[in-house]
Design a protein around this ligand. Structure first.
Ligand SMILES: *[C@@H]1O[C@H](CO)[C@@H](O)[C@H](O)[C@H]1NC(C)=O
Length: 198
């Protein structure tokens, strides 16, 4: 290695070091701006959370898929029933978010061809025959909600228990709403006839 080669290697090293240094500085200054913005966004969204209700799904789902096709022969109105726990004393917004989640979860189960709960005939009756009828009822506590869930399963009714991630208002993982159906009203009445409207 000659002296000039040596100088070349050193200067390339210095240039690449400086380039690296300035690129690093430049990237830092670029990324520090969005970082500031996102931290502001975070503050805003967490303060929103204290006044508005967001729903966050709990990781462990109530994973029982009920084959409800035995109910397809039962005539009359088809509806969905949402049973809200009263002892949690959820605010209106929270209850609305939990009920929405129950509706969506029931619908996903019963329209999923991979699920044992798949029952497109029942969905068709509910959607086109009954305007996607839904009713909200109240149940006093979790024990009674569990009993209703067990009854629904034994009758072959599509059922889902919503568990809240519990960032606000209530303890994490609390069962909040039991969703039933879509199923014939005649069958749902056997499960929920004692319950008051929410
Ligand atoms: C539900 O049960 C019926 C009758 O046993 C069967 O024909 C049908 O394939 C089942 N549905 C699903 C999605 O497993």
């Amino acid at each position: 290695m000659g002296a000039s080669n040596f100088t070349q290697v050193i200067s390339v090293g210095v240039v690449s070091f400086l380039t690296g240094y300035y690129v690093h500085q430049w990237l830092n200054s670029k990324s520090s701006r969005p970082r500031t913005r996102s931290s502001i966004r975070k503050v805003t969204s967490s303060s929103e959370e204290s006044t508005e209700e967001s729903f966050e799904e709990d990781s462990d789902d109530e994973g029982i898929d009920i084959n409800s096709t035995s109910l397809n022969e039962i005539p009359g109105e088809v509806r969905m029933t949402l049973v809200v726990r009263q002892d949690l004393k959820m605010g209106k917004g929270k209850a609305a978010a939990q009920c929405s989640h129950a509706t969506l979860a029931l619908y996903k189960k019963i329209t999923n061809p991979q699920s044992d709960a798949y029952n497109p005939d029942m969905v068709r009756r509910w959607e086109y025959g009954n305007g996607q009828a839904k009713i909200t009822l109240q149940v006093p506590n979790e024990d009674e909600m569990d009993t209703l869930f067990a009854q629904a399963i034994s009758l072959g009714v599509n059922a889902y228990v919503v568990h809240d991630a519990g960032r606000t208002q209530i303890a994490a993982g609390s069962a909040t709403v039991l969703g039933l159906g879509p199923a014939p009203k005649l069958v749902l009445d056997q499960i929920t006839s004692e319950l008051k409207l929410y």
